[in-house]
Write a protein that binds this ligand. Structure first.
Ligand code: AMP
Length: 282
């Protein structure tokens, strides 16, 4: 596995591979890798000649300094996992390499509702930072295919639109959520949960799966209110939102008959750790 730290060197390498007509799959990550990330590497490996994974904890997408400061970093373990998964290149830049002059970003796209709800409403500036870093990474890596996890469902919708807005010649693929055996969605932030919080955290996915199986028993609003109250009854859990939305527009669904697709999305703090998850209802 080749390791690049410098964006110009990686860009040169990548261009040379493209000239040889080799197909490149790209998996951007913030490290602290787990089986969820590795599933993206594996998908990229089966569909491309070469796989590039980036590890970069992007400061511009954190709306809370403490969350950034405490983001888990496990670089040596990450490199081992990537090597074992057969990843060809790991790109580990520093902030100056990604943002050589400044971290300021002039966002030219207005994505409307999909960027303003859910995470957009609760983490001001988050998606601007995500678009900024992924645009920059795509310019450096110049992949054929970008692999994203459904775990960050809203992020996937937004980045798909961004790729088409900037007319990148890149296919965007979504990979399913990888879960722990008890159902908790794998997340780098799970590493920061204390044992009692880890036990409580499983309630988030349990609530989403219960909504999925109870879907005909009540309205979307009643279900989200009921499960929000159930979760909040646990002193370790504080729900930021639990919403049932259209899978395409992310508009809130008041009545099942109003939407041809539905996803239940949750963000909640478990102790001091903020987790997100989602389940497709139909
Ligand atoms: P992150 O390192 O959290 O920024 O995630 C990097 C990529 O891995 C994103 O596309 C995530 O959606 C994806 N990802 C994170 N957790 C999971 C998971 N449990 N299952 C599948 N994909 C995931």
């Amino acid at each position: 596995m080749i390791e690049f730290k410098n964006s110009e060197n990686l860009n040169k390498w990548s261009k040379a591979q493209r000239e040889k007509h080799l197909k490149i799959g790209f998996v951007p990550t913030m490290g602290a890798l787990h089986e969820g990330h590795i599933s993206l590497i594996e998908a990229a490996k089966t569909e491309n000649d070469l796989v590039i994974c980036s590890i970069f904890v992007n400061p511009t997408q954190f709306n809370e300094q403490e969350d950034f400061d405490k983001y888990p970093i496990t670089i040596e373990k990450d490199k081992d996992l990537l090597f074992q998964a057969g990843c060809h290149v790991v790109f580990i830049p520093d902030v100056a390499n990604i943002y050589p002059s400044s971290t300021a970003f002039d966002l030219e796209i207005d994505l409307g509702n999909i960027a303003n709800v859910l995470e957009g409403a609760h983490r001001p500036g988050h998606f601007e930072g995500v678009m900024q870093v992924v645009k920059r990474l795509l310019e450096i890596v110049e992949p054929n295919v970008l692999y994203l996890g459904k775990k960050d469902y809203q992020q996937y919708l937004i980045l798909k639109k961004m790729v088409s807005f900037y007319q990148f010649d890149i296919e965007v693929k979504q990979c399913p959520i990888v879960r722990e055996p008890d159902g908790l969605a794998m997340s780098s932030r799970n590493l920061r949960l204390k044992p009692v919080e880890r036990n409580a955290a499983v309630q988030l996915s349990k609530a989403l799966f219960a909504i999925q199986s109870d879907q005909f028993s009540s309205s979307p609003k009643a279900l989200s209110e009921k499960f929000t109250a159930n979760l909040n009854a646990n002193p370790l859990i504080d729900v930021e939102y639990l919403e049932i939305v259209s899978a395409e527009s992310l508009g809130k669904i008041d009545d099942w008959k109003d939407s041809e697709s539905a996803v239940a999305c949750i963000a909640a703090k478990v102790g001091s750790i903020r987790l997100i998850d989602n389940v497709t209802i139909y």
